[in-house]
Design a binder for this molecule. Structure first.
Ligand code: C2E
Ligand code: CA
Ligand code: CA
Length: 736
């Protein structure tokens, strides 16, 4: 690729006409008659097929002005004596020392023979020759001027080459800092333009994949005559006449240099099989010097393409989620850190969490869940087409969007309940969404923004909300949760948990039919933390199995105490769904029951409906292990989980607990009544006992009794009590 090649475009191609630039010669002369004859003598001079253009000045100052504006003057015919005796010499010194023009050839002429300047003066100002006007006949003038034009050309090319080489070095340096392909190619084009100084014409760089040159290639960068064509297909550019050249460069995998046009070829075969072609087209003929420079430059940048390809591959690895092919957490952090304050004022971040993902993973396996997430991502993209989505965790996505693309509440509430079809099965995916207005966090670092956003999403889970907006208040509440979490760790070790029992009552007789064990946390300072605060926290922190094992252990002890006191009544304990996937939890609790010697019928395990149903296939066998030991199995918060009836029928359960929310509005609206009636009907149909939860009023009690629901749990009958109080309560109940 390194040997210099001149390329000739095919014969029938319409070669663009190159305009020929004349050589510029300046005559500095105060004798206007002599100057006129000079112009006349030189008008037909042609050097290297280029004519000569004569510029004229009649004073030193006028000459200095012309020279400073025309850096391409090749020869100056300078009259020594003008305004003053040494005016010509002073001009020579200005040209060399002030204007720094070392290339222009200076020929001194004088009308006064014998006035020749001293030799050292000529050497000092690099004055090339000294002539008497009378000796400069037309032919001599032609010979002298043309030989100096040749010298000038040679010299200026040398100088340019030197500058060019410096530029190549500089260019390589500025290019090496460009890490993405577009800015890299743009810089390449700028540098080429700088090095060879294209005034007319243009440069275009395009890329294609695959073995052969294709006109479908995309333009990566363009300048001059081609500017504005970035991103277009090559075929739109009307460059057909160069196609044979492109094909040839691509076949040879090498550059082709020509005087009007050069084609540079680069590729990155070991990294991404991409090919790059740069067409450098100049209306002005490129000199050998330019072509040389272009060649040196090309050698320099070919490694640049490789570096950019590598960087982009590494970027892909570092900033893309390799499974879902979406952006990842690192990417989001980078984006957030790069955002200006103004951009933050306009942007929002949304965290989307897939609820109960652990359960899904256990039930369906990793691959299936990844497919589900891919389908979900596609759906989200449908809603936020222009916005940027990153996967920030196993089941968490972040969407960075402009305030303009905000969804209506209606659309959002539609989005958080996803129905995805995979393998002909419809899956319901419930999402929790946290919205963060970044204008509230302009001074906050990227890492913290993300943490805060995720904590906000967590907060939604703790509060039982599906959509939550970040508010500065949340920051305080997150800090409080954080402290609580610290305490929670210590509390487990310090046995700060105890259970209270709430009776389940037969509403006809008023007698207890059983109890539910509810966990309480009392801190050393006496403060009692409600389960609604610490249970979700323990779930997210992975501590829930410790708590549920503790609750089950104390429930067994309580049941033994009740039995000893003469009451054979079952006590239920709650189990978070994640625990039922947890082999340790299941084994530990089954072991505890076995070792206690307690009759299984005196225990009952409660699982919430939504959790039990979501991972039905996995949970059901576990529930069976408990029922095989004689335990009752209660489905808690029944009615809120939208169970499919097909599954309810086969559920390893003995009892359905109607969720309090339906009891609250009993008698008030048909919808609530309808759910209660439907559950009662289900119970009857499939042989489940039914317990109504949260009965607070006589009205509710009557309503339930009228519809044949006899067992209830609620403040109307009793609040949760300590085990010793329960025994007292049972004793007084017996005597009444
Ligand atoms: P849950 O399992 O649905 O428990 C019933 C909750 O309703 C209890 O609240 C109980 O005190 C309350 N309740 C009962 N009757 C009434 C009533 O008439 N009116 C009102 N307003 N409330 C009534 P608690 O004890 O605060 O427990 C809240 C939740 O914490 C429980 O809901 C359960 O999900 C969770 N929880 C409690 N203990 C445990 C445990 O040991 N393990 C697990 N995993 N979760 C537990
Ligand atoms: Ca319960
Ligand atoms: Ca409940």
């Amino acid at each position: 690729m390194s040997e210099l090649e001149l390329f000739h475009f095919s014969e029938n191609s319409t070669v663009k006409k190159t305009t020929v630039t004349p050589w510029k010669v300046l005559s500095v002369e105060d004798d206007l008659t002599y100057q006129a004859s000079l112009i006349y003598s030189l008008q037909d001079l042609v050097v290297y097929e280029r004519p000569v253009e004569i510029l004229t000045a009649n004073s030193v100052s006028e000459a200095a002005d012309i020279i400073s504006r025309n850096s391409d003057i090749s020869v100056i015919l300078l009259d020594v004596v003008m305004e003053e005796d040494d005016a010509g010499l002073r001009l020579a010194s200005t040209i060399r020392e002030v204007l720094g023009n070392s290339a222009v050839r200076i020929i001194l002429v004088t009308g006064q023979p014998g006035m020749a300047p001293r030799h050292e003066v000529m050497a000092k100002y690099d004055i090339d020759e000294y002539w008497n006007k009378s000796d400069l006949a037309r032919d001599t003038l032609h010979t002298v001027v043309s030989s100096h034009i040749r010298t000038w050309r040679y010299l200026s090319e040398l100088i340019q080459a030197k500058q060019g080489l410096q530029m190549v070095v500089d260019a390589a340096r500025s290019i090496s800092s460009k890490q993405n392909l577009v800015s890299f190619t743009e810089t390449v084009l700028n540098e080429i333009e700088r090095i060879i100084g294209i005034k007319q014409g243009g440069i275009v760089c395009f890329a294609y994949q695959g073995k052969q040159f294709s006109s479908n290639a995309r333009v990566l960068a363009a300048s001059g005559a081609y500017s504005g064509s970035t991103h277009k297909a090559l075929s739109e550019l009307n460059l057909d006449e160069y196609y044979p050249g492109f094909v040839c460069a691509a076949e040879k995998r090498g550059h082709l240099f020509g005087t009007d046009s050069s084609i540079l070829y680069f590729d990155t075969p070991n990294i991404d099989q991409k090919h790059y072609i740069v067409l450098v087209h100049s209306r002005e003929r490129l000199t050998d010097g330019h072509i040389n420079l272009l060649q040196v430059f090309s050698e320099n940048i070919s490694s640049g393409f490789t570096a950019v390809a590598l960087v982009s591959r590494l970027t892909n690895l570092a900033y893309k989620d390799q499974v879902l092919k979406s952006y990842n957490r690192n990417w989001l952090l980078r984006e957030l850190s790069a955002m200006t304050k103004e951009e933050k004022l306009e942007s929002r971040l949304m965290i989307v969490v897939v609820n109960d993902f652990t359960g899904m993973m256990v039930t369906f396996g990793e691959h299936y869940c990844e497919d589900l997430l891919t389908a979900l991502l596609l759906n989200i993209h449908g809603v936020y087409p222009k916005d940027l989505i990153a996967r920030t965790g196993d089941c968490t996505f972040a969407i960075l969007f402009n305030k303009k693309s905000i969804l209506t509440e209606e659309k959002l509430s539609h989005m958080i309940d996803q129905r995805l079809t995979l393998n002909n099965t419809i899956h319901r995916l419930r999402l929790t969404v946290a919205r963060i207005d970044l204008s509230l966090l302009t001074e906050v670092k990227a890492e913290q923004i993300l943490q805060l956003s995720e904590s906000t999403a967590n907060m939604a889970h703790i509060k039982g909300q599906r959509i939550i907006d970040y508010e500065p208040e949340i920051m305080r509440s997150i800090t409080a949760s954080h402290h609580l979490l610290m305490d929670l760790h210590a509390a487990i070790d310090n046995h700060e948990f105890f259970i209270v029992l709430q009776p389940k009552v037969n509403m006809r007789s008023g007698k207890a039919t059983g109890f539910e064990a509810l966990l309480r946390w009392q801190k050393p300072d006496g403060q009692v933390i409600p389960p609604d605060r610490f249970i979700p926290l323990a779930e997210t922190a992975g501590l829930i199995s410790h708590l549920d094992i503790e609750a089950a252990k104390q429930t067994i002890e309580a049941a033994i105490l009740l039995q000893k006191a003469g009451f054979d009544l079952p006590i239920s304990f709650n189990a978070s769904c994640s625990n039922l996937h947890h082999k340790d939890y299941v084994r530990t609790v089954l072991d505890m029951i076995g070792r206690s010697g307690l009759d299984g019928h005196l225990l009952d395990i409660e699982v919430t409906e939504s959790q039990a149903m979501l991972s039905y296939e996995q949970i059901n066998p576990t529930l069976k292990q408990f029922s095989d030991l004689g335990l009752g199995v209660s489905i808690d918060d029944f009615g809120t989980g939208y169970s499919s009836l097909a599954h309810v029928a086969y559920l390893e359960a003995t009892t359905l607990k109607i969720d309090k929310s339906f009891i609250d509005h009993l008698g008030e609206n048909d919808a609530g009544n309808h759910v209660v009636e439907m559950i009662l009907h289900l119970g009857e149909q499939f042989g489940f006992a039914v317990v109504a939860e949260g009965v607070e009023t006589e009205l509710q009690r009557q309503y339930l009794l009228n519809r044949g629901c006899y067992v209830a749990q609620g403040y109307l009958f009793a609040r949760p009590m300590s085990v010793s109080k329960v025994i007292d309560w049972l004793n007084t109940q017996q005597t009444t």
